[in-house]
Design a protein around this ligand. Structure first.
Ligand SMILES: [Zn+2]
Length: 55
């Protein structure tokens, strides 16, 4: 199955593009490589996901 979310998602804190490989699960936490904010992955739909600041 081709990944639907591979590519980049935008960091809500610094607007940097954070690379994702498409295998992340809802709630997965990653650290923005630029501002180092912990980000929690939110899945909206099969084709839409975003990061939310996880504090
Ligand atoms: Zn950031």
């Amino acid at each position: 199955m081709a990944s639907r979310r591979s590519g980049y998602l935008t960091c809500p804190m610094c607007d940097a593009e954070v690379p994702v490989d498409g295998d992340e699960k809802p709630g997965d936490e990653v650290f923005c490589p630029y501002c180092e904010t912990p980000l929690s992955l939110k899945i909206v739909s099969d084709e839409e996901a975003y990061f939310e600041e996880d504090i």
